[in-house]
Design a protein around this ligand. Structure first.
Ligand SMILES: Nc1ncnc2c1ncn2[C@@H]1O[C@H](COP(=O)(O)OP(=O)(O)O)[C@@H](O)[C@H]1O
Ligand SMILES: [Mg+2]
Length: 276
């Protein structure tokens, strides 16, 4: 990954900071090789709120999400310009090591991906080592329960903590992935279409979990489901890419305004299901 500026990295000790923080993107552009896929992205993702990213397939929503925890750079041809801040700190140019950024900004994917052979409890704590968080055996038990409770899964699995992750239903696996993400105490949680592989009941459970989590964690969610965007988010950004052009944000604002009184006719067409 090339960043269009010099970066310097120093390793700093991991400190658990539970304060709520906002994320902000300024003039962000992204490339895969010569292919510019995002341009001029400016977006504030306020603390304690849920920001939904909506728009047709291929307009760069996942790419943008991955710039927020430096996963974009895992693709060898990827590059990026612009600034992304976490609580005011530039995540690409500060002294924050990339592992620390990824600890503070967690991610949940479209397809639930628990480690299939690990137990439910092992899955929850599986991110700790990589994040440099050390816990004693009894702290570990408390943490497993705490995270499973926050993910809304505890009651269903408290007697199955030793079962393999693959033994859970799809919706339970996704909540297990949320619990795993929570174990390292992130300040921000990124969710890329977390319900698109789930049935309506499991989707509801995840939406309830999001509503509780947002009190303590800043959440950014990509969704193709317009009802879901309205149910879970307070702010919304509409992404669009014209044919052969990079994606960009047509407009962003409160979810209420984007759905009921958008500035741009393309936004209104999209949210009313006329295309995409
Ligand atoms: N790893 C990759 N390598 C090359 N091009 C990619 C890669 N990932 C995504 N793209 C391209 O970037 C553009 C945006 O994709 P993506 O961010 O996945 O859109 P969305 O999530 O809105 O569907 C698309 O044109 C896609 O083909
Ligand atoms: Mg996507």
């Amino acid at each position: 990954m090339t960043l269009l500026d010099n970066t310097t990295e120093f390793v700093v000790p991991s400190t658990i900071d539970r304060s709520r923080v906002e994320m902000e993107a300024r003039n962000v552009a992204c490339w895969f090789g010569d292919n510019k896929v995002l341009a001029d992205v400016n977006l504030q993702m306020p603390a304690g709120e849920v920001t939904a990213l909506i728009g047709p397939s291929g307009c760069g929503k996942s790419t943008f999400l991955r710039t927020l925890n430096r996963m974009h750079e895992l693709v060898p041809s990827a590059s990026l310009a612009g600034t992304i801040t976490l609580g005011g700190e530039d995540i690409y140019r500060s002294r924050l090591p990339v592992t620390e950024t990824r600890r503070r900004v967690g991610m949940v994917f479209q397809k639930p991906n628990p480690f299939p052979a690990m137990t439910v409890a092992e899955n929850v704590v599986s991110g700790l080592k990589l994040a440099g968080v050390k816990v004693t055996r009894s702290e570990r038990q408390d943490l497993v329960e705490h995270c499973l409770r926050r993910a809304g899964l505890w009651q269903e699995v408290e007697k199955r903590l030793g079962d393999p992750g693959r033994a859970l239903s799809g919706g339970q696996q996704q909540r297990l992935c949320i619990a795993r993400a929570l174990a390292v105490e992130p300040q921000v949680l990124l969710m890329d279409e977390p319900c698109s592989a789930l049935d309506p009941t499991s989707t509801r459970r995840i939406e309830e979990t999001i509503a509780t989590l947002q009190e303590t964690i800043t959440i950014v969610i990509v969704t193709h489901n317009m009802q879901q965007a309205q149910r879970v988010s307070q702010r919304c950004a509409f992404f669009l890419a014209a044919y052969g052009e990079p994606g960009h944000i047509v407009e962003s604002g409160t979810t209420e305004r984007i759905f009921n009184n958008p500035d741009d006719p393309r936004t209104s067409d999209y949210v009313q299901g006329r295309f995409g």
